[in-house]
Design a protein around this ligand. Structure first.
Ligand code: ADP
Length: 618
């Protein structure tokens, strides 16, 4: 048995390159997890932290509930297979596999038994006496796998193991590794930049970009319900067609019109619109996407006219590249391989209205077809520490309230709430306390669960809940209980989290004001800041708002008289910003600082800040 838990993992190289950012993830026993993303996104670094080959900058890593941050690699019971097989050239296949076991002090007959078992699984038995140079690439890779298997580890880590192989062998090895996973029944974590490999091998896939996890989901969900434009375009070949457009409602029907070509419109199904969380998108600019296979030929009146520019015959399918007539809007369609089309033809196509993907124009996050999360608006009343959600008032506990960013605490604000679909339960218990009633509108069956969409209020978007497999029927009335502990608060565009890791403090301290040459300076401990106005000399309270710190990356940017230099000790990713925390003896509480997305507290030394604004009170 092996399950892993990654809790807010960070890896920062040289105090500035954030290779892995606030990664939290639970990996279950027997999972086949794939990390996928472009080169340099932090996949290998994550894998190497799990293996113990790379120090964890911050966060916790558990294997079977044991904290292993400090545990040496050899004690972690993990085997790692790399892209290069690194076999001993002068040793036979048998000896290559036996070497590690001998080092571990296993007896000869035990070694033999394990090797024969592994070589049987890998179909390597006939080659046990050969040396690596007499093996094909695929066979060498199997020996590398065999060397790991004989160790009988709890977890297998595979770092792009197939990238040295030719195309045909890769396909073959892919299915061999999948079979191997099934036979061994252990946990596999596999790293690749190849989306086809990810989609065909993993039971769950983690998509990473620039060190940030974008989405974790089953291959089907990732493909059908990508969380953002990046995931949508990263997975699938040819890539999803993406457009800017406006969502319109005309006589109770919904359409998308293309930006700058608003005479061309695409029908949008009411069911999809009902799954959109906010009516606020109607009339607004959005990003929409359609996969090439969902662009189909049609002879209906409202067809789109596509001018064919390039065709690509792929045997069973025909890929057609072109533009919409009289525009420069590119379209890619995947049609039946037997269809005869030539370059220059104009064909009539339609976008399948049930298969359109909608994204927010600014955050590029999905705004329709909620699968893992429901995003819905709520009202936040700071004065009463309450949130009105689904017409019910939720009281925030003090810790949650204190963690809300200051700019949201000043007003009654409309905020975004992210509710995981699995936050609903059919029964109430100490966590699931809020009753939500609705009418089932759509049911999607999965092997292990059922996803239902339900209407909780007329003219409101549907909510989705992941429930145990059951007999749910459209138009059934359903009563569910919501776990409010797992909801997350977001700013209205869902771009930034509203709460930070720790309470945001007001950064208040006592200071002494001194005047010199008509200028006032506030002194506190080892710091002194020049003030914008002149003050009477004496003792004051000084406040530095958390968004008044500007990190100086280059000495040329330093503002004289307004500098503070200190070390930060913790951070919390918010989306477009990072909150840094510092412990300074001049301040009674630790201080909080709003910094840029790429700024980090994990620097080797002190950070320099320009202080943009200070507030003095008597
Ligand atoms: P991937 O496996 O997704 O291609 P890596 O995990 O190897 O990406 O790298 C993530 C980021 O960390 C990249 O920007 C890379 O340049 C950087 N990086 C990796 N290793 C080091 C290192 N030893 N020192 C400094 N930067 C590194």
């Amino acid at each position: 048995m092996a399950k892993l838990k990654l809790e807010r993992l960070y890896k920062v190289y040289d105090g500035r390159v954030k290779a892995v950012n606030d990664l939290s993830l639970e990996i279950n026993h027997q999972d086949f997890i794939v990390f996928v993303g472009p080169s340099g996104c932090g996949k290998s670094t994550t894998l190497r932290m799990i293996a113990g080959l790379e120090e964890i900058t911050s966060g916790k890593l558990y294997i079977d509930d044991v904290l292993v941050n400090e545990m040496p690699p050899k004690d972690r019971d993990i085997a790692m297979v790399f892209q290069s097989y690194a076999l001993y050239p002068h040793k036979t296949v048998y000896e290559n596999m036996a070497f590690g076991l001998r080092m571990a002090g296993l007896k000869d007959n035990e070694i033999k038994e394990r090797i024969y078992k592994a070589s049987d699984i890998l179909e390597l038995t006939p080659y046990l006496t050969r040396k690596p140079k007499a093996l094909s690439g695929g066979q060498k890779q199997r020996v590398a796998l065999g060397r790991s298997i004989v160790r009988e580890p709890k977890v297998f880590l595979l770092d792009e193991p197939l990238s040295n192989l030719d195309a045909k062998l890769r396909v073959q090895m892919r299915s061999e590794i999948t079979k191997l996973h099934r036979r061994l029944g252990t946990t596999f974590i596999y790293v690749t930049h190849d989306q086809v490999e990810a989609m065909t091998m993993g039971n769950r896939i983690v998509v990473i970009k620039d060190g940030y996890m974008q989405q974790i989901d089953s291959p089907t969900n990732l493909y059908d319900h990508p969380d953002n434009v990046f995931v949508a375009t990263f997975l699938g070949t040819p890539q999803m067609n993406i457009y800017n457009g406006v969502l319109k409602k005309i006589n109770d029907n919904y359409y998308l019109v293309f930006k700058d070509n608003d005479d061309i419109k695409v029908n949008l199904s009411t069911l999809i619109v009902k799954k959109i969380i906010s009516e606020k998108y109607i009339g607004k600019e959005v990003i929409f996407g359609i996969r090439p296979e969902d662009v189909t030929e049609t002879n209906t009146q409202d067809a789109l006219r596509m001018v064919v520019e390039i065709i690509e015959k792929r045997g069973s399918e025909l890929i057609v590249y072109g533009v919409l007539e009289n525009t420069d809007l590119p379209v890619t369609a995947k049609l039946d391989g037997r269809r005869v089309i030539v370059e220059g033809d104009v064909i009539n196509v339609k976008f399948d209205e049930e298969r359109l993907h909608l994204f927010d124009k600014d955050s590029e996050k999905r705004i329709a077809e909620v699968i893992t999360y429901n995003y819905l608006p709520a009202t936040f009343e700071s004065e009463h520490k309450k949130i009105t959600l689904l017409s019910k008032k939720l009281e925030l506990n003090s810790k949650d309230f204190d963690s809300i960013l200051p700019e949201y605490k000043t007003k009654k604000a409309i905020i975004g709430i992210k509710i995981p679909t699995d936050a609903f339960s059919l029964v109430s218990d100490e966590n699931h306390t809020i009753k939500v009633k609705g009418i089932v509108k759509s049911v999607e069956e999965d092997k292990e669960s059922t996803l239902i969409f339900f209407e909780y209020a007329k003219n409101k978007p549907y909510l989705s809940a992941k429930l145990p497999v059951g007999n749910y029927k459209v138009e059934d009335v359903i009563e569910l209980y919501l776990n409010t502990d797992v909801i997350e608060l977001f700013d209205e565009t869902f771009n930034e989290k509203l709460t930070a890791l720790h309470p945001i403090t007001s950064n208040i301290t006592k200071c002494i004001v001194k005047n010199k040459n008509g200028k006032s300076v506030a002194k506190f401990g080892s710091f002194s800041l020049q003030l914008d106005e002149e003050y009477e000399e004496g003792e004051y309270m000084l406040m530095i708002p958390y968004d008044s710190f500007e990190i100086v990356h280059d000495r040329k940017e330093e503002v004289k008289g307004r500098l503070m230099k200190f070390k930060c000790v913790n951070e919390s990713s918010q989306g477009n910003s990072t909150i840094l925390y510092a412990n300074l003896k001049e301040f009674p509480d630790y201080i909080s600082i709003k910094a840029g997305k790429d700024d980090t507290c994990f620097t080797k030394g002190k950070l320099t800040f320009n202080i943009k604004k200070v507030i003095l009170t008597k």
